[in-house]
Design a protein around this ligand. Structure first.
Ligand SMILES: Nc1ncnc2c1ncn2[C@@H]1O[C@H](COP(=O)(O)OP(=O)(O)O)[C@@H](O)[C@H]1O
Ligand SMILES: [Mg+2]
Length: 250
């Protein structure tokens, strides 16, 4: 098994607030790991640190064995290999769906237009964005469509791993399924993924391993069976109880 991502003793503070208190884990090629845990526990901060959207205070991050936290690394080049899907889509509002996906290929990867177009079209097809939507702007698309364009944008860049930060939590309930289906399609294609989500059933279905991050520490990790069906940890039991109750109230 080839190791794609390795995080070692990662720490991050905002002022006196120690948000990540030494987080370590690794992900092999084709693996899907899911992070769950309470709000404010540091899940987004962890993903942001891995992609250097925020700078960790200490610890090491490796991608394909290359240390990203080393001062000698070509960080912009390495960051191209990490896809990121945000909770609030973060599409370029002034570009249509098609050009949102095309942009990185032409501007960042410096691809020839013909080659870039083919990849953009394949990526949009993969997430089920119909051709008649390609020339619409983000404001003209539903949240579910916008998020699928964001996923197409990430996969078009041919990343080694995609990080997802609660990709469905900004969506109306009836739009969640189409986004989860797109993510599931990537899973079937063998994409390596690290996913923060509150969709516990989906996590159970898709994850090789589930990690519970609480107060800046991974307090437990294991298979979906261990973590969801038979949680031993009282903190996790309570958390899952809360999530289930929220669902019942919808
Ligand atoms: N840019 C920031 N500046 C200051 N504090 C932050 C910033 N981002 C996150 N935090 C703090 O870090 C903690 C963890 O936040 P976050 O990583 O967003 O948690 P989660 O994604 O698990 O809800 C919270 O206490 C939050 O207020
Ligand atoms: Mg978050």
């Amino acid at each position: 098994m080839k190791e794609v991502l390795k995080v070692v003793d990662l720490k991050k503070s905002y002022g006196k607030n120690e948000v990540l208190k030494g987080v370590s884990f690794s992900i092999n090629e084709n693996e899907i790991k899911v992070i769950i845990g309470p709000s404010g526990g540091g899940k987004s901060t962890l993903l942001y640190c891995i992609n250097f959207l925020t700078k960790p205070n200490s610890g090491k991050i490796f991608l394909d064995g290359v240390e990203l936290t080393s001062p000698n690394v070509d960080l912009p080049k390495m960051r191209e290999k990490i896809g990121f899907v945000f909770q609030h889509f973060n599409l370029f509002m002034h570009l249509d769906a098609y050009n949102n996906v095309l942009m990185g290929l032409v501007r960042v990867k410096k691809m020839k237009l013909n080659e870039a177009k083919e990849i953009a079209e394949n990526s949009l097809n993969l997430v089920g964005i119909d051709k008649k939507l390609w020339n619409l702007y983000p404001a003209q698309l539903s949240g579910g469509q916008q998020q699928r364009v964001a996923i197409a944008r990430a996969i078009a860049m041919d990343p080694r791993i995609i990080l997802f930060d609660e990709p469905t939590s900004a969506l109306d309930v009836e739009l969640i399924g189409e986004v989860l289906k797109a993510i599931k399609n990537l899973a079937l294609k063998g994409m390596t993924m690290l996913l923060v989500t509150h969709e516990i059933e989906f996590a159970k279905d898709i994850a090789n391993e589930i990690m519970f991050l609480d107060n800046g520490v991974i307090i437990d990790k294991g298979t979906p069976e261990e973590m969801i069906l038979n949680p031993k940890n009282e903190r996790i039991k309570k958390f899952l109880g809360i999530i289930t109750k929220e669902k019942e109230n919808v």
